[in-house]
Design a protein around this ligand. Sequence first.
Ligand SMILES: Cc1cc2nc3c(=O)[nH]c(=O)nc-3n(C[C@H](O)[C@H](O)[C@H](O)COP(=O)(O)OP(=O)(O)OC[C@H]3O[C@@H](n4cnc5c(N)ncnc54)[C@H](O)[C@@H]3O)c2cc1C
Length: 112
Amino acid sequence: MPRKATPIGRGLGKTIGWTHRNSLARRDVKMLNAVQYLKFDDAGLHISMNGQPQTLEVDTIIVRAGQMPLHSLYDELSDGSMPVHLIGGAHEAAELDAKRAIKQASYLAAEI
Ligand SMILES: Cc1cc2nc3c(=O)[nH]c(=O)nc-3n(C[C@H](O)[C@H](O)[C@H](O)COP(=O)(O)OP(=O)(O)OC[C@H]3O[C@@H](n4cnc5c(N)ncnc54)[C@H](O)[C@@H]3O)c2cc1C
């Protein structure tokens, strides 16, 4: 249940997106987008979709809250005493993009 209104998994690579969507659909997983979370209580999870409130009877809620880059080592070493570079997941942790990290590392290695 992402809050985004765009099709679920749109940001994933073509093959990864297709595989995951298929595997979830085979297991009868319902995928809802453009969801607003209102609250949860004994009745379940209260959401709103396109302005329509509804309650889902659930016993478990898994929150996928995203990720933040961790660059404390970069910060620590950035006192000017040596050249340091910030790339990959430490630079930008949004979405799942190992390709970007590999590209940044390859270009930086070539440059160095
Ligand atoms: C659950 C999950 C699923 C993912 N799935 C996908 C996917 O399907 N497709 C995709 O493209 N991307 C995916 N990603 C994103 C991908 O893993 C990252 O974009 C990529 O690993 C970033 O590469 P990196 O080399 O910058 O960092 P990392 O792969 O995180 O490597 C950093 C390394 O540095 C080490 N390290 C950290 N601090 C120190 C320190 N102080 N001293 C020494 N070593 C240290 C860490 O132990 C680690 O080995 C996923 C990420 C997660 C969390």
